[in-house]
Write a protein of this length. Structure first.
Lengths: 236, 250
């Protein structure tokens, strides 16, 4: 086998043009996933009727099926739904005007939401009950208690697990190539096929993912240090 | 004035409060004594509805809150008129001492930040922590944390402060500093209901001592009465167990 080391560099440079796509997919799915996950976790923890059952079903289904299925189901199912509603209501909007990456965003947000709801739930459960009682005793409402006391502490506890989820979504974003969204993995495939140098292209892609992952770990480590400042003992 | 009437509470099959009636006047310091499991902490926690009584009424001034399912608004108002000091301090771990005290002022009472900061610093000064404003709870000793807890309650200017065994979690050598602070604010005429095992404290600070056992108030009266001439056998037995030394002076 002939390895062309210099092509790894060439391929790597060309992968950079697909980097924004990968980052966008990861960022949107993580951000939306955190919002969905928090809402779902709260619905379940506060036993809100109907919503809590729906949430439990959503988490069970999404965690019970592969991420690729979510993407394919959204990609093939959503247009049918949208076009059906659109024509029934007499709108001119059709699913064809949705960019491909839109399907990826929706599908992976759904994926991330289910996984993150468990992370958030664990974080909230780790907050000492005395903290809630103290907040209630000074007259804070449930919403104020959540926003000012529970969620900040839950977030700092959940950071290691959240950074795991971010890494999972970054790596999972490679699945977007199946519906022809050109992210890093798809770009590697294109460069590889053009030059007939598959191994080199994928080495470059692997290195790029690794670097991104290290970056995420660093950021999360720094955030953890910042957010957990209060847990460190000793004098200031 | 605080008035509890017919407060009852059952956990599972165990009835921990049996139609408790208690009235506390403005400015009064009432100490509640009793063996563990007597219902004293539960009663205290019913006053601000951290524990929901199954039946009965909690009245503070004109606000009367009844039964197991009062309106959210009533509970909220009740809590705005009371403050609590916890056995485990329960300071907000992610907030500094100053922020802990400010929290209720800015978020609940909507006092402007600068004013809240001033009040909070003054309160912390008062409990002897003027130099620890920016320390996180994790950087303070148990006694210091509990004093922040007292400052947090005090700052809200509540109609009553509820103390739930404020010194029980402390190392013995730290109990004194906390009791001293409570003693000092008691002299300022703040209404307080204190659940404690500190007999000496009960004796010099209380205007009235309430002895509970088995979910009922067995007897109540001036500290001298209760400590020196208890009417009830159960009170006598309890005091003997907790203060074995003879109860006379030469």
């Amino acid at each position: 086998m002939n390895l062309d080391p210099s092509f790894i560099w060439t391929a790597g440079l060309s992968l950079l043009q697909a980097l924004p796509e990968t980052l966008w997919i990861t960022f949107v799915s993580v951000a939306a996933g955190l919002v969905i996950g928090t809402a779902v976790a709260l619905c379940r923890m506060y036993h809100i009727p109907v919503l809590s059952q729906l949430s439990a079903g959503y988490v069970a289904f999404v965690r019970g099926t592969p991420m690729l299925m979510h993407l394919l189901l959204i990609y093939f199912g959503l247009p049918v739904l949208i076009d059906g509603i659109s024509s029934a209501m007499g709108w001119s909007f059709t699913s064809a005007s949705i960019p491909l990456i839109g399907f990826v965003w929706i599908a992976f947000s759904i994926t991330a939401g289910a996984y993150m709801s468990e992370v958030v739930r664990a974080g909230i459960q780790a907050v000492d009950k005395g903290q809630v009682e103290a907040a209630q005793s000074i007259g804070m409402t449930t919403i104020q208690t959540l926003r000012r006391i529970i969620l900040p502490q839950a977030l700092s506890v959940s950071l290691p697990n959240l950074s795991n989820s971010v890494i999972g979504m970054l790596h999972g974003s490679t699945l977007a190539y199946t519906i022809s969204v050109v992210e890093i993995n798809a770009q590697a495939q294109i460069v590889a096929a053009d030059n007939w140098k598959y191994f080199e292209a994928y080495i470059a892609a692997a290195i790029l993912f690794w670097v991104l992952t290290i970056l995420i770990e660093r950021i999360s480590g720094w955030l953890e240090y910042r957010l957990n400042a209060y847990q460190r003992g000793g004098a200031l | 004035m605080i008035q509890l009437s017919g407060l009852s509470k059952t956990f599972g099959t165990q009835q921990v409060l049996k139609e408790i009636d208690l009235t506390v006047d403005k400015g009064e310091v009432v100490v509640i004594l009793g063996p563990s499991g007597s219902g004293k902490t539960t009663m205290l926690r019913c006053i601000n509805y951290l524990e929901r009584p199954d039946a009965g009424e909690v009245r503070i001034g004109h606000l009367a809150v009844q039964g197991k399912h009062p309106s959210r608004r009533d509970i909220h108002q009740l809590r705005q008129r009371t403050a609590m000091v916890f056995q485990q301090y329960n300071l907000f771990k992610h907030r500094t001492a100053l922020e802990n005290v400010m929290e209720g002022l800015t978020v609940v009472q909507r006092i402007p930040r600068s004013e809240a900061r001033e009040i909070s610093a003054r309160m912390l000064e008062k409990v002897g922590l003027g130099s620890k404003l920016d320390h996180y709870p994790g950087q303070l000793s148990g006694g210091q944390q509990q004093r922040v807890g007292i400052a947090r309650a005090l700052a809200l200017n509540p109609e009553v402060i509820l103390f739930d065994e404020p010194t029980s979690a402390l190392d013995p050598e730290l109990v004194g500093e906390v009791l001293e602070v409570i003693r000092r604010i008691a002299r300022e005429g703040i209404t307080m209901i204190v659940v404690t095992h500190e007999m000496g404290f009960a004796r010099d600070v209380a205007n009235r001592v309430v002895f509970m056992d088995g979910g009922v108030i067995v007897e109540e009266g001036q500290p001298e009465e209760i400590f020196q001439r208890p009417r009830e056998e159960r009170t006598r037995q309890f005091l003997q167990r907790i203060m074995p030394e003879p109860n006379y002076s030469i």
